[in-house]
Design a protein around this ligand. Structure first.
Ligand code: 3H9
Length: 677
């Protein structure tokens, strides 16, 4: 069915509504339909203008990302064909944008003569986050419209901007507060002159600030190609084509570069993560009805330490008032300072207004009175990591919390069932494992106990969404998903050090792979005493062959907090956070290895990475077999968002399967170049 014609007194306007639920993705199949409608409008002498609008609460999320993972049909129609048809037409086209206009959809809007939008509309070219570049003319039209510098900044960030910002940038022509489509039609009626302007924009040179300098600066500001920067450098190359070449040549260059990126290892890895994230909350036995069942309007936290304060801030940031209970006045004072300091920092950075900071600060209430937790819909316990202490907390909470309230533990290793057993509501007990700092780190492990109900799991996913976290379901097993795997990774690093490979070399190899820090610096950060306690709980096998970790702890080398661990720290160097090689530690390893009869040997970077990453993947496979993790993609999300695994390598499970063959650039023979490339 064709959309209705609007025969107004001063001309006929055809409204074409992008309507492909849920997000109006511009799949090849949908683009074929769209093109047909558009061509009919163009061929119809009674139609003078076309207005594009979106159904389902948004304009469109852009190209269908699924299409890039498949062998393409011989003559696939893409958004480029639709855009080319608009370009070739002499009729006026207006985009009426409400909700998101992303990727290829924004590129469609860019070819229109006018863009009008509601104040709630959002605009983005997020292709970079998928390891791609805007490949439907965006890299050529946007620099011509708003200048190369602003266009590069917008496309390299990939985040969506508000209508107000888009107006200021010149990306849209008008913000409409009344009937959007009616206004778009008004624009179309009075706007025929813009057709020639559109041609002029294409023919014109770029604004003067767009020069080789802007391009060179941009290359310097992004990571190297081999370390997550492939798409960024390629995108900048496409903009360089906009600066240097006539429009048609630039478009051809953009197409070719886009095709290369679609096939590149990093983009495949990032697309895998995109879909893995969207699978996380799809759990057998948890249906949509259960999902919206529990209201989360207030929260409680037990413990005002680093973790408790961070969790409280996370709730406050989501607009959920929170009561924090702690018996220690000293801890409460410190937490109050931390919380206000954090909000004020955001004011300084311009991310929050002073009023908003005060409002958020006031929504966190500190008290020594447990009874105040009685009204909370969810209470998260964040006390000292000790089973007996936590058991006691759960007994108390069960007596105080209102019926139906969820009781969660922020434990990173302890048994959720043992805590649930202290309550009369085991179906409402689960783990909510935040990562330090809890208000910043995007990962949340949801730990399902034996009796945790599907309703409670659904509510936990809702909490995750409210807090803006990537929430991943884990079974109730020692260390859950993330820490269980990291133990094996750190143990393997220790084994390599026992064989004579210096910790600094091991760390360097993992940093060069893309981790923000290596395993030894990471252990220094989290504390050697903690690592030792955990390894001891795992038994002798986990402690390594030489007991170096135990020895370091005995020497009082607990990591950054004692200014010495596997490395040394000096307040004058990197604010006391920069690891400094300590020959004493290397000597300790050498001595211990001699005593244990371990022959020293050399290992190259490849071997270091293979051993450590294999340890991760092997444990991951076991967790899948045991049902602790549901899907390889869940594990990948845990590692990318909780442990700094480089996203362009897809996570440990993806990397083990695909990474080694295609981790850097485009590799041939991985499927035909997309027809539109
Ligand atoms: C591009 O445009 C390339 C062009 O430059 C060149 C072409 C030649 N494709 O996130 P949600 C699905 S590249 C396919 O849970 P929200 C998603 O999988 C594209 N599917 O909702 C999920 O499916 P399911 C550039 C998509 O409200 C459902 O929609 N565009 C796409 O939290 C709901 O998604 C982007 O990168 C897609 N493009 O957020 C935009 N988008 O229900 C990516 C969504 O089966 N998308 N789905 O699990 C987003 O950022 C968010 O999805 C959005 C909605 C903000 C739109």
């Amino acid at each position: 069915m064709l959309p209705p014609l609007d025969r107004a007194a001063d001309g006929a306007i055809r409204l074409i509504t992008l309507d492909n639920p849920p997000v109006n993705a511009l799949s090849f199949a949908y683009c074929a339909k769209l093109l047909e409608e558009l061509e009919q409008a163009h061929a119809d002498g009674g139609v003078e203008a076309v207005v594009f609008a979106g159904a389902n609460g948004l304009f469109s999320a852009g190209a269908d990302v699924n299409d890039f993972n498949q062998e393409l049909p011989e003559h696939a129609t893409t958004i480029r064909d639709v855009i080319a048809a608009v370009e070739a037409s002499v009729k006026v086209h207006v985009a009426a944008i409400d909700g998101n206009a992303l990727g290829g959809a924004l590129e469609l809007a860019l070819v229109c003569d006018y863009r009008v939008a509601t104040a709630a509309a959002k605009f983005g070219l997020p292709e970079i986050r998928l390891g791609l570049l805007p490949g439907a003319g965006g890299t050529q039209r946007l620099p011509r419209l708003i200048g190369a510098r602003a266009a590069l900044e917008f496309m390299l960030k990939g985040s969506a901007i508000s209508a107000q910002r888009a107006l200021a940038l010149g990306l849209i022509d008008e913000i409409v507060d009344a009937d959007l489509v009616a206004r778009a039609k008004d624009r179309a009626r009075g706007a025929k002159r813009r057709v020639s302007e559109r041609q002029a924009i294409i023919a014109a040179d770029l604004p003067p600030q767009a020069g080789p300098f802007v391009v060179a600066q941009a290359h310097k500001a992004v990571p190297p190609e081999e370390n997550g920067g492939l798409a960024a450098h390629t995108l900048i190359d496409a903009v360089q084509a906009a600066v240097e070449l006539p429009f048609a040549f630039g478009i051809a260059r953009e197409s070719r570069l886009f095709g290369e990126l679609v096939r590149s290892g990093p983009s495949q890895a990032l697309r895998h993560l995109f879909f893995a994230e969207r699978e996380l909350a799809k759990i057998d036995g948890i249906d949509g009805a259960a999902r919206d069942d529990t209201e989360i309007e207030s929260a409680g936290v037990v413990g005002a330490g680093t973790m408790g304060s961070g969790i409280a801030i996370a709730f406050a940031q989501a607009g959920i008032p929170v009561v924090v209970v702690d018996g220690s006045d000293e801890a409460v004072d410190k937490a109050r300072q931390t919380v206000m300091g954090m909000f004020m920092y955001q004011v300084q950075k311009g991310r929050l207004t002073r009023e908003e900071a005060w409002k958020r600060g006031r929504s966190i209430r500190f008290t020594g009175d447990w009874a105040e937790l009685g009204a909370a819909d969810v209470v998260v316990e964040a006390v000292f990591e000790n089973l007996e202490v936590k058991r006691e907390v759960f007994r108390k909470l069960d007596a105080i919390a209102k019926p139906g309230a969820i009781l969660a533990s922020n434990t990173s290793t302890l048994d959720i069932d043992a805590l649930a057993a202290e309550t009369k509501r085991p179906e409402r007990v689960l783990g909510l494992h935040f990562f330090v700092p809890a208000n910043v780190m995007p990962l949340l492990e949801i730990v399902r106990g034996r009796e945790t109900s599907p309703r409670t799991i659904a509510a936990a996913f809702k909490i995750g969404k409210l807090l803006g976290k990537k929430a991943v379901l884990s079974g109730n097993a020692f260390g859950f998903i993330g820490n269980r795997m990291i133990f094996d990774y750190v143990r393997e690093a220790n084994a390599l050090a026992e064989e004579g490979v210096a910790p600094v070399r091991i760390d360097a190899a993992m940093k060069a792979f893309g981790f923000p820090m290596g395993p030894f610096a990471m252990t220094d950060l989290s504390g050697l005493d903690i690592a030792l306690a955990v390894q001891k709980a795992r038994g002798a096998e986990a402690l390594g062959r030489t007991g170096v970790l135990e020895r370091l702890v005995q020497m009082g080398r607990l990591g950054q907090k004692s200014m010495a661990g596997y490395f040394k720290y000096d307040k004058a160097v990197g604010k006391g956070r920069e690891p400094i090689v300590d020959p004493q530690v290397e000597e300790l390893y050498a001595q211990a290895a001699r005593t244990a009869g371990i022959a020293p040997r050399a290992a190259g970077d490849d071997e270091i990475r293979t051993r450590l990453l294999d340890a991760l993947a092997e444990r991951g496979r076991k967790l899948l077999d045991e049902g602790v993790a549901l899907r390889p993609g869940d594990i990948d999300v845990v590692y990318v968002y909780g442990y700094g695994f480089p996203p362009h390598r897809g996570g440990p499970m993806w990397y083990a399967e695909h990474g080694r063959v295609s981790s850097s650039a485009a590799s041939e023979g991985e499927g035909r170049l997309p027809a539109h490339a």
